[in-house]
Design a protein around this ligand. Structure first.
Ligand code: HEM
Length: 452
């Protein structure tokens, strides 16, 4: 009985039509009736999944249906998307099997996902350049597409380096599975890659560069995740005095951070005026709401007092405040406690790996501040409700080592982005990439609306 209802629900959503309708007009331009229909499918999927007796195969497909319909279910309730409905990062969490599998496997999956998403950026820019891409045609500039394709070589080189450091990891994009109307076909495909690529990029507008912006967020989220997991492994190894293991994990974290840096360099091919084409449509979406990033940050540096206000505003970030009072140690506090006079080779290699991670993250933060300063010039408040660039500057020089702040020249950051320092301590991550669905889900918002 439950299976029969699940089959009926799955048959009611034609995957290609679902994606293409949204890509043709942009999510902000969708007919209200389409949004309502998808939101109803989302509710039906959620209630089916809450029932017992659904067969395993159908459960997988209904779960995917619930995930892909989540952004429009949120849109039905509010046309001002927050971070998760705007970015579809919940699909990345689904791709990562919601954190199931060992940590080694999660790092390998992060690389697989990064490769697939970057390959999609390359395909999109190339197809747009040669003139066979029907989607997102507005404000397209061919020379920017060429520059991006060229820069992608460097991003891929950084991914190859990261994959070489992770045992059993491949950075080859497996043969593509053709798009299908049946969701069941996406749950059994190679490593869920086709679904990751196909269902995660649903821009709000038809502007070409919004695709690059969304993909930069997706790749960055997987990099944050890789840094987070590798750092957690390093922390555990450090606690038991296993310097060589900690060193290998920190080298991996540094390699993920390098992919992050290259991804931001790729995004900088987007001129500020192209960002302004679609910025208003992103409404309340700010990555300050990314639990994955904030967990990575706490794991590295501990909880910063400057984040308390932002965390208090969010139902799923609030739980991070517990890291303030004697939570598990951050990488920074563990490194600070290492003996400074140790001269063994393993310890020296460990410190060098930590310094390399520190430099790469600092360079990334420099690029990020540069974005905020240049792209939001004259905008007093960030979409996340913070002070914007001044908020980011608080953390710019939040480093593992005092020396990193002094020795690194932030060539890529504007000079006014290098002045201030943040601080913090304590924290360890769970393995999810997105928050629990009931905390980011539409039902909660609906309840609030009813009460109002
Ligand atoms: C045009 C490009 C971008 C601009 C202008 C920009 C600007 C900002 C601003 C102003 C903030 C402060 C919080 C707020 O919104 O109020 C912020 C936070 C943040 N942004 Fe961006 N950003 C850009 C691209 C990205 C991308 C591609 C990512 C990748 C996921 C990202 C990740 C983050 C994160 C993780 C935070 C929170 C930082 C923290 O709490 O320490 N940003 N961004």
């Amino acid at each position: 009985m439950t299976d029969a209802r699940a089959r009926q629900l799955l048959a009611s959503l034609k995957a290609t039509e679902y994606v293409e309708t949204q890509r043709r007009v942009g999510r902000a331009g969708l007919e209200a009736s389409f949004v309502r229909e998808v939101a109803a499918q989302h509710r039906a999927a959620s209630s089916l999944l809450a029932e017992a007796g659904l067969s395993a195969e159908l459960k997988k497909a209904v779960t995917l249906l619930r995930e892909i319909t989540y952004p429009l279910a949120m849109q039905e309730r509010s046309d001002f998307p927050g971070y998760y409905p705007y970015t579809c990062v919940n699909i990345l969490d689904w791709f990562m099997k919601n954190g199931r599998g060992g940590l080694e496997d999660l790092k390998r999956r992060s690389i697989l996902g990064i490769v697939a998403l970057l390959a999609d950026v390359g395909r999109f820019e190339l197809h747009s350049f040669v003139g066979c891409e029907p989607l997102q045609p507005l404000h397209f500039e061919p020379q920017l597409a060429l520059a991006r394709i060229q820069l992608l070589r460097e991003v891929f080189a950084a991914v190859r380096h990261a994959s070489a450091l992770i045992p059993g990891c491949s950075c080859l994009w497996p043969p593509e599975v053709p798009c299908s109307d049946r969701l069941e076909n996406y749950t059994s495909g190679p490593e869920r890659l086709q679904a990751l690529v196909y269902f995660s990029c649903l821009p709000r507008t038809q502007f070409h560069d919004e695709v690059l912006f969304l993909r930069a967020i997706h790749v960055s989220e997987l990099c944050f995740y890789g840094v987070r997991i590798a750092t957690a492994q390093a922390v555990r190894a450090l606690r038991r005095g296993a310097a060589a293991t900690a060193c290998a994990a920190l080298e991996q974290a540094a390699a993920f951070a390098d992919v992050l840096r290259h991804t931001f360099l790729l995004l900088r091919t987007m001129p500020p005026e192209h960002f302004h084409d679609f910025r208003a449509a992103t409404a309340n979406a700010s990555a300050v709401q990314s639990i994955n990033y904030q967990l990575m940050d706490i794991q590295l540096f501990g909880l910063s007092e400057h984040k308390v206000a932002a965390f208090k505003r969010s139902p799923y970030l609030r739980c991070l405040l517990r890291h303030g009072s004697g939570g598990p140690s951050s990488l920074r506090s563990l490194i600070a406690a290492l003996p400074s006079d140790g001269d063994d080779a393993a310890m020296a290699a460990l410190l060098e790996a930590a310094r390399s991670l520190d430099r790469k993250l600092l360079a990334w933060r420099g690029l990020h501040v540069a974005f905020a300063v240049e792209y939001l010039a004259g905008v007093p408040v960030g979409t996340g409700g913070t002070s914007g660039a001044p908020y980011l500057k608080l953390f710019l020089r939040d480093t593992l080592f005092e020396e990193t702040r002094k020795e690194v020249r932030l060539d890529e950051a504007p000079s006014d982005g290098c002045g201030e320092v943040g601080r913090g301590e304590g924290g360890i991550p769970g393995v999810h990439l997105a928050p629990p669905r009931d905390l980011m889900g539409p039902d909660q918002i609906r309840v609030k609306k009813r009460r109002a």
